[in-house]
Design a protein around this ligand. Structure first.
Ligand code: PXG
Length: 457
């Protein structure tokens, strides 16, 4: 029997309005417009309560990488729930799904990773890392190494430590963040700069802002640097080629730990298993979530390199940290089924060699549209910048809300993309076919034309 009552769209909207506080939402605004009720999904399409079919160009929230309606994943969850729906990994217990997944992760991660700590989300993973990083340096006899360097406009989650690691000023403003010991430096965002430097020069300058910060804080006080290989929520900011090698050099030179936040880029999004593989970095930690289960159930984790894990195992005694749902059995079973699909269908290679290059070429051509200042995509993760003037690359006044205007048009056209300010983001499922890629581009272009009419008409 279905657990969910079948109601009219209006009834759901009314109940939603009365009882539900949404994440990252202006409720006053939502209550005027009412929420869009998504009722089902299949393949790369979602369907709303009116039956409208929408191509999901965002894989849910950067997570449904193997696509909707995967019986294999659904069956794995149901079977595991029948066998053992819940048990914890505390107090010297473990269960087969968490053990099997931990071992399987070793197969797909870079060689320095042999152990994983499970969490329920990306935010919990980053909170875990803050505690592990500081514990590691305590155990190494350098307790003064406490400061973690992150970047402005980074997104690392919404819990207190994760939001502090993040560099989004409005988030910090709302609750007295960041917590002490977290500082921020420049992001490698060429389009968002004054463009007086070449992209490679800007990449080097952004990396060197980390070195400047290390010198300012005192090299003996810096514990770690955290970055998303490609910034996601901040607007798909693809760093220039010069950036990550220089970041790696700086981390090595000062002996600080490197955290590659793989919550979006992990498990194939860039056409390599991890962003660290794509940019050839050697991180000490890789937080992950989202794509590990393709979002079918919540699961996150922290991949801990031998450099850190050996010390924690040998010297920490009890690491007093963990979550009720660390390594939830059904979520781990779902992850295993999902990873098997990625492997069997060669979806990561497909992004690197096939659908990735196909969509990238079409996406890049959107830059011909007069409203587009730049279109960029790596793997299946892209963005374009809406501009008022293509020659000067002048942006629209913030009050115009061009990104929001575009988002409304593109949704009405039957395509889900995300607006981060005037940066329009795309991250479709890995299973996207050529025909679906063509549809995505056609709809993105139709919405550009309509936006142009709305803004200039
Ligand atoms: N790190 C990164 C790089 C992320 O993108 C998190 C950590 C936190 O994960 P959880 O599972 O706690 O949400 C994220 C999450 C958006 C958007 O609007 C992006 C995320 C979450 C919500 C909205 O693009 N990324």
């Amino acid at each position: 029997m279905a657990a969910i009552e079948k109601r009219s769209r209006e009834d759901w909207q009314e109940l939603d309005r009365e009882h539900h506080l949404h994440p990252f939402t202006d409720h006053k605004d939502l209550h005027q417009k009412r929420s869009r009720i998504i009722t089902r999904a299949e393949g790369v399409y979602i369907y709303d309560a009116d039956g409208s079919k929408i191509l999901d160009g965002m894989s849910g929230l950067w997570c449904v990488n193997t696509g909707y309606g995967r019986d294999e994943i659904i069956d794995a969850a149901a079977a595991q729930m029948r066998e053992l729906p819940y048990y914890n990994n505390f107090f010297q217990c473990a269960h087969p799904p968490s053990i099997e997944l931990a071992a399987m992760l070793k197969e797909v991660t870079p060689p320095q990773f042999n152990r994983v700590f499970f969490t329920g989300s990306g935010s919990e993973s980053n909170d875990t890392i803050v505690r592990m990083v500081r514990t590691y340096w305590d155990l190494m006899g350098q307790p003064e190494r406490h400061t973690i360097i992150s970047r402005y406009n980074a997104y690392h989650g919404s819990t207190v430590a994760a939001a502090s690691l993040g560099g989004m000023k409005p988030m910090h403003k709302q609750s007295g963040l960041p917590i002490p010991g977290i500082v921020h430096v420049d992001q490698p965002y060429w389009f968002g700069s004054d463009r007086s430097l070449s992209p490679d020069e800007l990449g080097l300058a952004a990396a060197r802002s980390i070195e400047d910060k290390i010198k300012e804080v005192g090299p003996e006080k810096v514990a770690a640097f955290i970055g998303e290989p490609v910034q996601g929520a901040g607007g798909v900011i693809i760093p220039p080629d010069s950036y990550w090698p220089e970041v790696q050099r700086i981390c090595d030179e000062y002996g600080i730990l490197l955290i590659s936040d793989e919550v979006i880029t992990g498990f194939g999004r860039l056409g390599e298993w991890f962003g660290a593989d794509y940019f050839v970095t050697k991180p000490d930690f890789m937080p992950f979530a989202k794509g590990v289960t393709s979002g079918y159930l919540p699961l996150g984790g922290v991949l801990v390199s031998d450099r850190v894990a050996d010390v924690l195992v040998e010297k920490a005694g009890e690491f007093a940290h963990g979550y009720t749902y660390s390594g939830h059995p059904a979520a781990c079973a779902v992850a295993i089924a999902n990873l098997k699909i990625l492997q069997r269908e060669n979806l990561v290679e497909r992004i690197r060699d096939d659908i990735g290059p196909y969509l990238q070429a079409k996406w890049a051509a959107l830059a011909e549209h007069p409203l587009v200042g730049e279109a960029r995509m790596v793997g299946l993760m892209g963005a374009f910048e809406l501009v008022k003037d293509q020659e000067s690359l002048e942006r629209f006044d913030e009050k115009v809300g061009a990104g929001g205007v575009y988002r409304d048009h593109v949704t009405a056209a039957g395509l889900c993309l995300r607006a981060s300010g005037d940066t329009i983001i795309c991250a479709p499922p890995f299973t996207l076919s050529y025909a679906e890629a063509d549809e995505l581009i056609d709809k993105a272009r139709i919405a550009l034309d309509l936006t142009q009419k709305s803004l200039k008409g």
